[in-house]
Design a protein around this ligand. Structure first.
Ligand SMILES: Nc1nc2c(c(=O)[nH]1)N[C@H]1C(S)=C(S)[C@@H](COP(=O)(O)OP(=O)(O)OC[C@H]3O[C@@H](n4cnc5c(=O)[nH]c(N)nc54)[C@H](O)[C@@H]3O)O[C@H]1N2
Ligand SMILES: Nc1nc2c(c(=O)[nH]1)N[C@H]1C(S)=C(S)[C@@H](COP(=O)(O)OP(=O)(O)OC[C@H]3O[C@@H](n4cnc5c(=O)[nH]c(N)nc54)[C@H](O)[C@@H]3O)O[C@H]1N2
Ligand SMILES: [Mo]
Length: 714
């Protein structure tokens, strides 16, 4: 994710032989993770797809020329649009599509040109709660406190030291940055059911049961307001409904929260005091932990409300440390942009009546939009840089949806699970084989206004026939007579652009010319004119709404929940544990599982449990279990992790193969089989229940023993 600066050794054929972290890199200063260091193994992996492939009636794949493939795909899309209209075409962008600056804007441009709303991305099965919060509470029109002068960070369910992804920390060499921040006195509060690599640096570590973030955040708000620790002046000037929030969180007393979340009430108090009294700058932030558990939008809202009541935003006159390089600059002002609730207007999904978030529909109902019959049913689908089959929760439903499609096009370098089901696999050049820029969508993740252009340095694998991803969309649009508006700029559809031409469009707002970005080999910090937070605009009266009706109602709903630990109810059954997701260093979601060095370290996705839980079930490392939820069952091998709270089971996602052709030993298991998207979808963004999933654990070894005993006794 952080696009580490690397030094790449090439052989005589310009193929990658070795990758090392580059100590001279301005941002990552030598850091690189195993996934990046193993690039050579990935680029020349036996399952890399070297030319476009078309699925044959018997399920095998045959090579097809690029021009023929694009002709055939365009013909199917044309016929489908003619019969059913533009809404019958859909597409999804995954992680692979978000790591390519010239191509990432292409799918939405293509779908807009064709007249379809069916644009999905990983965002709505990730942390789209953040957009929901901004839409319900409003947002401050200037940055939060930057890391460099923050004296505190509170992290709910985020582990940036492993995930290297956190828009409120520094993702370039995060362990080093954490040590630096700690050395200058920054305090850290971590709330996580696992004592993570990040939690190891915490001053206060709360280890709750998963799914209790709304309870904890409400409890922290209650303590702060009760003690008068809030930033009263900021609240007076900028918050519309503080008294309603105060009343709504009143039942969340330290004792109630502590019992429910399984934490010590004294720690909760200490966290509130450290955050609100002992520290003045820096805020609270949620990673994927809270955003995948039930009530994810409520959690995110209350966590951001901590920042609001403590006024943890930059004020008039403060310098904006990263105004960005490639994106058009905003006009930061010390004022609230009030809640817009944009999803309440405009287009609504056929399934569930969900509105849009930005230009996206909700991933939680994507399979249903493909399956539900009707005029606007999705019939042709482009998957771009995603392993849909392994990452969309509710794998069974996703598979049924894929079977229903008339056309599935997979823009993907590898023969992975989704490729095997595609009608066409269109393999692109990979990172070192193409010109690229630092990813403009993630600019804010850097601590400074940094950008870098990287030339294509490696030759594609011998004997391959690969193109750049944008060429696929441009080629299809041209055949279909569509005009593409790319990143806000209409493209000339008569003359094919180049990758550099598209990157120059992406970089058109930069304070330096594209030619200079290209010339600066190591990239640079391009601040341009320093930017400061301006005063509120004349007559501005926007205020935060921290306690709108739907938030207050959901808080009441939480109080009605009566599950006790070790006995969780879901869909009519009772479960003993809560399963959560977590990232592991070795893989990126479903990717990199094909690399031998990685599989040696991580043969499959283990189920991590506290040693006490393992002992209670008479299990040792490597023993097999079956994990069952109200939606399905998967096998797993257990691994002790003393950092995991008893009662919690953790497993990383993206593993497993296709049903009927998979074994745990070979593929690991897909946790998406334990998730149903028929129920437990959050309001507004249809976020599925992907963490704090109630499950039962059944030792397979014990069952074998029982059966033997039984046989012996009869
Ligand atoms: N190595 C590696 N890096 C990655 C990825 C990867 O697969 N591998 N994936 C990338 C992606 S797609 C993303 S979105 C980011 C995510 O980045 P992060 O959000 O930092 O992801 P995780 O490392 O899984 O950290 C989530 C934490 O939430 C905790 N948690 C689980 N359930 C709950 C809960 O209910 N409440 C609380 N408070 N905590 C909970 C877990 O124990 C875990 O420590 O990482 C990215 N980086
Ligand atoms: N149960 C459960 N499900 C989850 C999650 C969870 O925590 N639990 N996490 C969710 C989250 S946060 C996310 S973001 C999603 C991730 O979902 P995806 O983004 O679909 O996951 P990846 O496996 O990272 O898929 C990226 C694909 O891009 C390919 N790729 C690599 N390089 C390139 C390239 O240059 N071009 C192209 N076109 N492709 C390339 C990779 O081979 C890989 O197949 O999963 C979600 N699903
Ligand atoms: Mo993600």
């Amino acid at each position: 994710m952080p696009f580490c600066g690397t030094r790449v050794t090439l052989d005589d054929e310009d193929h990658v032989v070795q990758v090392r972290g580059d100590r001279d890199d301005l941002m990552t200063t030598g850091y690189a993770c195993i996934k990046g260091l193993e690039a050579s193994a990935a680029y020349y992996a036996p399952d890399r797809v070297l030319r476009p492939l078309k699925r044959q009636p018997d399920g095998s794949f045959a090579p097809i020329a690029w021009e023929t493939a694009l002709d055939e795909i365009a013909a199917t899309i044309r016929a489908t649009v003619a019969q059913y209209g533009g809404e019958s075409i859909g597409g999804f962008r995954g992680t692979g599509a978000f790591l390519n600056a010239s191509a990432t804007s292409m799918l939405p441009a293509f779908l807009t040109a064709i007249g379809s709303h069916k644009h999905f991305t990983t965002y709505t099965i990730d942390q789209s709660a953040k957009s929901v919060t901004a839409g319900r509470m409003g947002f401050w029109n200037a940055p939060r406190h930057p890391l460099r002068d923050s004296d505190v960070r509170m992290m709910f369910g985020a582990n940036p030291l492993v995930s290297l992804t956190n828009s409120y920390f520094d993702m370039t060499n995060p362990t080093k940055r954490m040590k630096e921040a700690r050395a200058r006195g920054m305090k850290l509060i971590v709330i996580d059911p696992r004592r993570t690599e990040t939690a190891a640096f915490a001053d206060i570590f709360l280890q709750p049961y998963p799914g209790e973030d709304p309870t904890i955040a409400a409890g922290l708000i209650r303590i702060i307001l009760h003690e008068g620790w809030e930033d009263a002046a900021f609240c007076r000037d900028h918050v519309a409904d503080l008294e309603i929030l105060r009343t709504a969180v009143d039942p969340f007393t330290p004792d109630y929260v502590a019992t429910r979340a399984g934490i010590d009430p004294a720690d909760l108090r200490a966290a509130a005091r450290l955050f609100a009294v002992e520290c003045q700058r820096g805020g609270a932030y949620a990673g994927t932990g809270p955003s995948m558990a039930p009530h994810s939008n409520l959690s995110d809202h209350l966590i951001e409300a901590l920042n609001v009541i403590c006024g943890r935003y930059q004020r008039e006159g403060e310098r904006v440390v990263n105004p960005g390089v490639l994106r058009a600059r905003g006009d930061p002002r010390a004022q609230v942009i009030p809640a817009g609730r944009s999803w309440e207007q405009g287009f609504k999904s056929r399934v569930g009546g969900y509105g849009m978030l930005g230009d996206e529909m909700m991933g939680g109902i994507m399979a249903d939009e493909i399956l539900a019959p009707g005029a606007d049913q999705v019939r042709c689908f482009i998957s771009h840089g995603s392993n849909l089959v392994n990452v969309i929760p509710d794998q069974q439903k996703m598979l049924r949806a894929i079977e229903t499609l008339d056309l599935l096009v997979n823009i993907e370098p590898f023969m992975n699970e989704t490729s095997r089901l595609a009608h066409y696999i269109l393999p692109p050049k990979m990172g070192y084989e193409r010109e690229d820029l630092t990813m403009f969508l993630y600019e804010s993740l850097y601590a400074e206004p940094y950008a870098r252009y990287t030339p294509a340095i490696a030759a594609p694998p011998a004997g391959s026939d690969l193109i750049d991803e944008w060429e696929i969309y441009w080629g299809l649009a041209k055949r279909l007579g569509l005009d593409l508006v790319y990143d806000g700029v209409p493209l000339d559809m008569a003359t094919k652009p180049t990758t550099d031409r598209l990157l120059a469009i992406v970089a058109r707002h930069a304070p330096v010319p594209f030619a200079q970005l290209k010339a600066d080999e190591m990239g640079g910090i391009y601040e341009g004119t320093p930017q400061y937070v301006g005063p509120a605009s004349d007559g501005h009266s926007g205020r935060f709404t921290v306690a709108p009706d739907d938030i207050v109602a959901e808080l009441r709903q939480i109080l009605d929940e009566r599950d006790s630990h070790g006995a969780y109810h879901s869909h009519g059954a009772i479960f003993s544990h809560r399963l959560t997701s977590r990232r592991i260093r070795d893989v990126q979601n479903s990717a990199h599982r094909n690399i031998p060095a990685i599989r040696k370290r991580m043969p499959y996705n283990f189920a991590y449990l506290n040693p006490a839980d393992l002992a209670a079930m008479d299990l040792v490392n490597g023993d097999r279990i079956e994990i069952s939820s109200d939606a399905g069952m998967i096998p797993a091998a257990v691994e002790a992790d003393a950092g995991v709270k008893p009662g919690v089971i953790q497993m990383t996602h993206g593993w497993g193969g296709l049903p009927g052709d998979t074994s745990y030993d070979r593929d690991g298991a897909n946790t998406g089989l334990l998730i149903s998207t028929d129920r437990n979808l959050e309001p507004i963004n249809a976020m599925p229940r992907m963490s704090a999933v109630p499950v039962n654990i059944r030792p397979v070894r014990a069952r074998v023993a029982e059966e033997t005993d039984h046989a012996g006794g009869s």
